[in-house]
Design a protein around this ligand. Structure first.
Ligand code: NAI
Ligand SMILES: C[N+](C)(C)CC(=O)CC(=O)[O-]
Length: 481
């Protein structure tokens, strides 16, 4: 299978798909008749380039190309994955899907971003119905992993499997929706909440800002990490879900919602809502709001990563597939990454504590390289850092690509000394240096001891290889420990 994706319809959602595929190493071809499409996608890709790599504490794959095509057939021919993201009108989707099928390989996956149409509706009159699946993403597609994958009854099994594999490979979470239904799963919730919110504004109960506050200071935070049922299970106390249902079941019969109805979109209601929304957020442009949203999402997803929970666990698992083994070279490139938004301090640059983290990651990469990896540590041996001296040489800013070059300046028995240079990838400027001294330890006694033979040999071999090539300080006499 090649790594070519065709994006048909390059608006808000198509642009997000294009960015995610390209940043995950796919070559992307876009077809969109709008003369402004290239500019609009450029804006989305710029936002994605800034935000998506911040989720990962690993080097990203080499970015794929994005090309723009005036001929749909040319864009889709030979693409392994095709995503349709044209406006939500069934007759338009039928026309576009027919044109795609006339030009693409029968083996390609055709995903549709449709928010509400069922696969059987999209497949009506199609040349190969089983090739078309609903692949409904969430905005921004380049940060949110969920994609509702609805194959429908006529789905072609290999196409569906391939869709799952490709979506996982680009870091997404394909949720298999077994039975087709209007608006799939998630949009049903969104619409219920949206409907209720419209009533609250319409009836003068709450403003748009109060409704947003009710979500973001409360249940919105819960939903991001536990969803609905797990949250309510906890809310039931020690007796869990049963008690929760017993206590709150009767409320469902009380007039707590107006979900069966929707207020008329009169000019007055549209003016009221748009006016309140302007008053609430009109001081920021849409691009500024997008950047704020992306920063917050990155910070939240990174927090979930730290807890190995929910979408954070998904990113961790995906990251593990992206790690490349170190190449035995002088210097070793031990870290390649982007500075994420949650590493910035009040001075607007990378906080000093994060330099320690970068150099610690660099040392861990060396440890793995010499065989002191997770299995070695689990078997009771490791290295502890005994001394670190960091020099901060230039400011490191959020979003910058950085790398660390590491030289082994001493590898002698239980002693390991490393010289790290952190550089800006764009121009090679040195941002910080670090002289680090580590001692091999037994995790049973928590005291220093010689490494096992393989690790000792690997460390000593690296030290010989790096001797003379060092740009770091002259090795000092190791401390007597
Ligand atoms: N905006 C959202 O929050 C979400 C939208 N979706 C779904 O994604 C799809 C696209 O929605 P948006 O990106 O929001 O719309 P959009 O209006 O931002 O973009 C649609 C794009 O399709 C292009 N287009 C129109 N006719 C075309 C044709 N014949 N061939 C190729 N391109 C054509 C337009 O020029 C435009 O750039 C819809 O099915 C929508 O339901 C899914 C998830 C979220
Ligand atoms: C409003 N919407 C129906 C287009 C929303 C979606 O389909 C998903 C999302 O990103 O909220």
């Amino acid at each position: 299978m090649n790594k070519i994706a065709a994006i048909v319809g390059g608006g808000v959602i198509g642009g997000g798909w294009a960015a995610r595929f390209a940043l995950m190493g796919w070559d992307v071809r876009v077809f969109d008749p709008d003369p402004e499409a290239q500019r609009k996608i450029g804006e989305v890709v710029a936002g994605a380039e800034r935000a998506l790599p911040m989720l990962y504490d690993a080097p990203m794959p080499a970015r794929g190309t994005i090309s723009f095509h005036t001929d749909l057939a040319e864009a889709v021919a030979g693409a392994a994955y095709i995503q349709e993201s044209v406006p939500e009108r069934l007759e338009l989707k039928h026309k576009v899907l027919a044109a795609i099928q006339a030009a693409c390989s029968p083996e390609s996956v055709i995903g549709s971003s449709t928010s509400g149409f069922k696969p059987s509706e999209l497949q009506q009159g199609a040349a190969r119905p089983g090739q078309i699946v609903v692949a409904h993403p969430f905005n921004p597609v380049y940060l949110l992993p969920l994609v509702e994958l609805v194959p429908g009854d006529d789905a072609d099994e290999p196409i569906f499997e391939q869709a799952c594999d490709i979506l996982r490979a680009i870091g997404m979470y394909p949720l298999h929706v077994q039975a087709e239904i209007d608006a799939h799963i998630a949009d049903r919730f969104l619409e219920a909440v949206w409907r209720e919110a419209l009533w609250l504004v319409n009836d003068g109960i709450a403003t748009t800002e109060q409704i947003d506050n009710a979500i973001r200071y409360g249940f919105g935070l819960r939903w991001a990490q536990m969803g609905l049922f797990e949250t309510y299970r906890v809310a039931g106390g020690e007796a869990g879900m049963r008690h929760f249902m017993e206590q709150f079941g009767p409320c469902l019969k009380w007039p707590w919602t107006k979900l069966m109805d929707v207020p008329e979109f009169t000019d007055e209601l549209v003016d009221l809502i748009a006016g309140q929304s302007d008053a609430q957020s009109g001081h920021m442009s849409i691009r500024q709001l997008e950047r704020l949203r992306d920063n917050n999402l990155v910070a939240m997803l990174r927090a979930l990563k730290g807890q190995e929970a929910a979408a954070g666990k998904l990113i961790l698992d995906h990251e593990a597939t992206m790690q490349q083994p170190l190449v035995d070279e002088v210097p070793l490139i031990t870290v390649r990454r982007k500075v994420p938004v949650d590493w910035v301090d009040v001075n607007g640059h990378m906080n000093e504590g994060r330099y320690g983290q970068v150099f610690s990651d660099a040392s861990e990469a060396v440890m793995t390289h010499v065989g002191a990896d997770r299995a070695y540590i689990a078997a009771g041996h490791s290295y502890f850092t005994a001394e670190t001296s960091i020099k901060y040489l230039a400011e490191t800013l959020v979003g910058e690509d950085i790398l660390v070059e590491t030289r082994v300046t001493l590898g002698d028995g239980k002693k390991l000394r490393l010289w790290h240079e952190m550089k800006r990838a764009a121009d090679g400027e040195m941002l910080a240096s670090c002289d680090q001294f580590l001692l091999h330890v037994s995790l049973a006694t928590r005291r220093s001891c010689p490494p096992l033979a393989d690790v000792r040999d690997a460390v000593e071999r690296l030290a010989r290889l790096h001797a003379g090539a060092s740009e770091g300080p002259a090795p000092r006499a190791p401390r007597d420990i």
